[in-house]
Design a protein around this ligand. Structure first.
Ligand SMILES: Cc1cc2nc3c(=O)[nH]c(=O)nc-3n(C[C@H](O)[C@H](O)[C@H](O)COP(=O)(O)OP(=O)(O)OC[C@H]3O[C@@H](n4cnc5c(N)ncnc54)[C@H](O)[C@@H]3O)c2cc1C
Length: 461
């Protein structure tokens, strides 16, 4: 089958990859001049990379890891020690670690939690451990059922002290969905905790060894093209043109930078757009269908990714760090954690600024000023005193509508990859799969979408 896919983020590329594996011919049209969507990155005037987001790969990402294997690029994942490292709130410049010993799950997770005495007291650890029992015993059904509660409400329901939120989960929920625990659905935290506690290496983290468009997306494109598929940049989907019976007649593509608009025909059509731009393209006659109506309940959350190049080294920690700062979420010294960005003498901090709703409209200079003020607390030894480290340059990448905001109740709005339109399919991290809005979710949704297209082909025969 010839399948046209709009969008070359991880979901669109994964869908195309698994379609060629089944003998189909996918043709991908991407609106922008760069691959990867939310993993897109660019080079600045000095040749230094800057990215849409600081991206971490987890041991609990089976579909993503399988994709790396299938592409033969497993060695591009730089695995870090099995730990979670938080900045100490009260002691500037100090860290608190959860170290997972080399034992089977969940013993390694329990040992990591019990052996950390900086952040949680024993009564808090016990209350939290008891609260998690239903999630571990009843699994995903319980986790999905908890979508009606915010994380803060879930903690209250289980008599877990508010301090547990302040110490650990403000940082975790900002890392997972760029919002705080009062806003985030408890399904998100429980899904992550379940994976981290039930899989030995679930919470083990890896950094890609370079920029995602070159090191991850391009190998997928090469794979697709070597099997007869095509990937085109600068070719936005403009309109979904319908037959009289409501099925798709063609995708109207192009019209960018003086290029002509073309009507592209295929046997099946896929939207791999994020949910917000897709909603703008839903044809009028589809708008009453429940699957598309429900998308009104999904909306992207703002987030800002910051890059700071300093004149010296601020840290030698080869890992992701949870800042526990009001304005910032996770960060890493990419000059240490990422091979292609390595610099033995100077740090490049990449930081996620979240929640960003009050900052997304502010100037880059205001955002950098606020970030530097927060960093003085994290790195007082380098940024205060008589000879403070100098900021050589910075880049700010704003994404006003990023992954869907995972507030309570929104699981039911997430669509399946199959739609009531027999020749039209959806993929994207917001579509229903068990990994929420993540790279793993995007790759899995692409794979599920490709298998729905296979099923539809069999049904047509
Ligand atoms: C700051 C940040 C940090 C993150 N950190 C992590 C992390 O550590 N770990 C993790 O697993 N996930 C992380 N994520 C989430 C992850 O990046 C996304 O879940 C995933 O990349 C989404 O992939 P997607 O293909 O569903 O959507 P997208 O990547 O948004 O792809 C959609 C594509 O469609 C294109 N498009 C839009 N309109 C059109 C049109 N009209 N025609 C054609 N193409 C169009 C877009 O340009 C884009 O390329 C992070 C995200 C951000 C923003």
């Amino acid at each position: 089958m010839r399948v046209v896919i709009a969008g070359a983020g991880l979901a669109g590329l994964s869908c195309a990859k698994y379609l060629v594996d089944s003998g189909h011919t996918p043709i991908v049209y991407e609106a922008r001049d760069v691959l990867g969507g939310k993993v897109a990155a660019w080079k600045d005037e000095d040749g230094d990379w800057y990215e849409t987001g600081l991206h971490i790969f987890f041991g609990a990402y089976p579909n993503m890891l399988q994709l790396f294997d299938e592409l033969g690029i497993q060695d591009r994942l730089q695995w870090k020690s099995h730990s979670m490292i938080f900045n100490q709130k009260e002691e500037a410049g100090k860290y608190s670690r959860f170290d997972f010993p080399d034992l089977p799950a969940p013993i390694n997770g329990v040992a990591a939690i019990l052996s950390n005495n900086d952040m949680l007291t024993w009564p808090e650890k016990i209350a939290f451990g008891i609260g998690l029992v239903p999630a571990m015993l009843r699994g995903q059904a319980y986790v999905e059922d908890c979508d009606k509660y915010s994380w803060t409400d879930w903690l209250k329901l289980h008599n877990i002290p508010e301090r547990v939120n302040d110490e650990v989960f403000i940082a975790m929920s900002k890392a997972l969905n760029f919002i705080g625990p009062d806003e985030i659905s408890s399904t998100v935290l429980l899904t992550a905790l379940n994976r981290f506690l039930q899989e030995k290496n679930g919470s083990k983290m890896a950094f890609l060894d370079g920029a995602p468009p070159e090191r991850l997306c391009q190998p997928i494109v090469d794979y697709i093209e070597s099997s007869g598929g095509e990937v085109h940049l600068n070719q936005p989907l403009r309109e979904i043109v319908l037959e009289e019976d409501g099925r798709v007649k063609n995708f109207r593509i192009g019209g960018y930078k003086d290029q002509p608009v073309k009507d592209i025909k295929a046997d099946a059509y896929v939207s791999a757009l994020p949910v917000d731009p897709f909603k703008l393209l839903i044809p009028n006659s589809w708008k009453d269908l429940e699957i598309f109506q429900k998308l009104d309940g999904l909306r992207g959350v703002p987030v800002i990714n910051i890059h700071l190049w300093f004149d010296r080294k601020l840290t030698d920690i080869d890992h992701l760090l949870f800042s526990r700062s009001d304005l910032l979420s996770v960060y890493a010294d990419m000059s240490v954690t990422c091979k292609e960005y390595a610099d033995p003498d100077k740090s490049m901090l990449e930081l996620v600024f979240a929640p960003a709703k009050d900052w997304i409209g502010r100037s880059d200079e205001d955002i950098i000023q606020a970030t530097m003020n927060e960093l003085k607390r994290l790195f007082p030894m380098h940024l205060l005193g008589t000879d403070p480290a100098k900021l050589r340059k910075f880049k700010v990448v704003k994404t006003p509508l990023s992954v869907y905001k995972a507030v309570p109740g929104c699981q039911e709005f997430r669509p399946s990859q199959k739609t009531p339109i027999s020749n039209f399919f959806l993929t994207g991290d917001y579509t229903m799969q068990r990994y929420l809005a993540s790279m793993e979710g995007a790759v899995l949704s692409g794979k599920l979408c490709a298998s729905e297209i296979n099923v539809s082909e069999l049904n047509d025969k």
